[in-house]
Design a protein around this ligand. Sequence first.
Ligand code: OXK
Length: 367
Amino acid sequence: MTRGQLRDVPDVDSLYFTMLNCNKRSVTLNTKTERGKEILTALIERSDVLVENFAPGAVDRMGFTWERIRQINPRIVYASIKGFGEGPYTGFKAYEVVAQAMGGSMATTGFQDGPPMATGAQIGDSGTGVHAVAGILAALFQRERTGRGQRVNVAMQHAVLNLCRVKLRDQQRLAHGPLAEYPNDDFTDEVPRSGNASGGGQPGWAVRCAPGGPNDYVYVIVQPVGWPPLTALIGRPELAQDPEWATPEARLPKLAKMFQLIEEWTSTLPKWEVLERLNSHNIPCGPILSTREIIEDRSLADNDMIVEVDHPERGPFTTVGNPLKLSDSPVDITTPPLLGQHTEEILVGELGLAHEELRLLKTQGVI
Ligand SMILES: CC(C)(COP(=O)(O)OP(=O)(O)OC[C@H]1O[C@@H](n2cnc3c(N)ncnc32)[C@H](O)[C@@H]1OP(=O)(O)O)[C@@H](O)C(=O)NCCC(=O)NCCSC(=O)C(=O)O
């Protein structure tokens, strides 16, 4: 379906599809037909891993329960992604932001005086996919030892919750009083939205830079060791020794004021200049990079994280590379498959169907 969603160029596969499906092959197969079920059975027999993220119960309804699948191939690893685990929500469908809503992300993202916010990072979709990969690899490794495949279930709500772990840390800390490192003044019995506060042990904030555009900000972290050089950079060297400012404990109740002082300096400089100056003193920081800046970034391209792929129908497009760098197993990003591009290659070449049958299956709507 995604091939046709959010199309930028008429009649060719959308970027939504192409950017998420490189390095794959595609077969078409109607698994609700008898012959389609037989072919899926043959595929399961010869596969290491089966992955699906259809609506709850869809694969069972096709006739492929886990019991059946493991009967066909006891060595297979069968992974499913659903919105939820076992219980009252099992049968519910889910999309990205539904998982963000129910996994703890939305309640803790945004500012205290605003509504819950979705994050731009696809933690519900891609985040769950990455969790599923970890489960699949663990199951494959286990299989190498035992000879037995297994079932891998990953729920989007669970994956988002796993990524929101530190907010549950704070939920429990609330029992012992306000969260001092939070920028918030008032606390209830729930973790509040804390704007751009760092969430970690060292305070951080996004401060404005010149010339004041929507992404002219730098995220600055103030480690204890970074304070003296920072005071020099912002033109307030006396604060390095001032007992009111010199220690993390002294600064804790006035973090807003501290970042305001830092911002008075950063707002006079472009973010790239701030990056240079802060890093020359080993002060951790990150300019807020726009999507345009990221797609044009030289260092990301040099790291094969922004790559160009040539698509047979749409021509070249840019996509995100592989963030996992393995010394003996480099990955070339190859173009995503057209719909059914490998049906013949796989059904005839690998499953051994006759060309004649392939033509018949096409007319019968099986492939
Ligand atoms: C995303 C969904 C809500 C979409 O639900 P649906 O619109 O109902 O589509 P589904 O693909 O699940 O399945 C619909 C029906 O198509 C059938 N179906 C699917 N493939 C086949 C083939 N090859 N042959 C025959 N029939 C098929 C399937 O059996 C179902 O039939 P019946 O058995 O007759 O019903 C759901 O798939 C879901 O909850 N998936 C798990 C969670 C997930 O991955 N969500 C992320 C979505 S991406 C996202 O968040 C985003 O895009 O944004």
